[in-house]
Design a protein around this ligand. Sequence first.
Ligand SMILES: Nc1ncnc2c1ncn2[C@@H]1O[C@H](COP(=O)(O)OP(=O)(O)OP(=O)(O)O)[C@@H](O)[C@H]1O
Ligand SMILES: [Mg+2]
Length: 283
Amino acid sequence: MKKKIHQAQTLMDALPYIKYFNKKTIVIKYGGSAQSDPDLKEKFAQDIVLLYLVGIKPVIIHGGGKKINILLDKLEIKSEFIDGLRVTNKEIMEVVEMILGGNINKEITNLLNHHGAKAIGVTGKDASFIEARALDEDKYGLVGEITRIDHKVIEDLMEQNFIPVIAPIASGGTNHPGFNINADLAASKIAVALKAEKIIFLTDTLGILNANNELMSTLNKEEIIDLKEKKVINGGMIPKTNACIEALEGNVGSAHIIDGRVEHSILLEIFTKDGIGTKIKGK
Ligand SMILES: Nc1ncnc2c1ncn2[C@@H]1O[C@H](COP(=O)(O)OP(=O)(O)OP(=O)(O)O)[C@@H](O)[C@H]1O
Ligand SMILES: [Mg+2]
């Protein structure tokens, strides 16, 4: 009996959050680095389906860095990162598109559908809803900077009760191979365009760690700039923190970096008072 009362209490504790986020959009960036364990992938899908069934509108943007590296290695194609961004030539772009637009996008879509949602997987090339230009062609090749998002395409899907699952590839126009967009930066742009209430980045660390490897539960822009200057924030955390700041400056309600290796981390973030991971503070 005690256990049952406890279960009821857990649901009651979630009630204010369920009410608050009802009909609101939450953008979830599902990091490639958090997609390793099959059991965790199932739990991720269950969390998203739960959000969807209680009336929250989840939008998924996914990365896939690890899987892209595995295929590049198999094909013996060398790839390097500058400031956390993958320098992308035409050959690498093909692999990026295969893994992100094909393999991972359909895997996530399939998982969500299997757990009871109606998910549709797209890349920014579908209906050309994400357009981009080269960020700095000499330095990064086909890494793109988003110039336009046709948010109506995504909103239409959501209106029809579909969960959009978005691979961060942008259209570069006719006869163009397309642009590789860092998934964190694509997620923040999409969150702003959809006027999302919250953006959550699922990755493979507790959150943002300081120089002593301790979790920082909150950080503001100035503190992030300082940690970057000291190179405590480096690699893939650079675009992620930039994306958080961009989302908050674009009026997204809150931005969080959380540990995708923890079971049901999304639910812990959304439905508990303290949340988990690092919350980036806006003004
Ligand atoms: N200060 C920091 N705190 C925590 N992680 C950091 C920090 N600085 C750099 N990192 C690195 O950032 C990584 C997360 O970014 P990464 O791009 O590798 O993953 P992701 O964005 O989740 O996956 P993907 O790019 O495939 O979508 C961590 O694994 C860690 O090595
Ligand atoms: Mg990354």
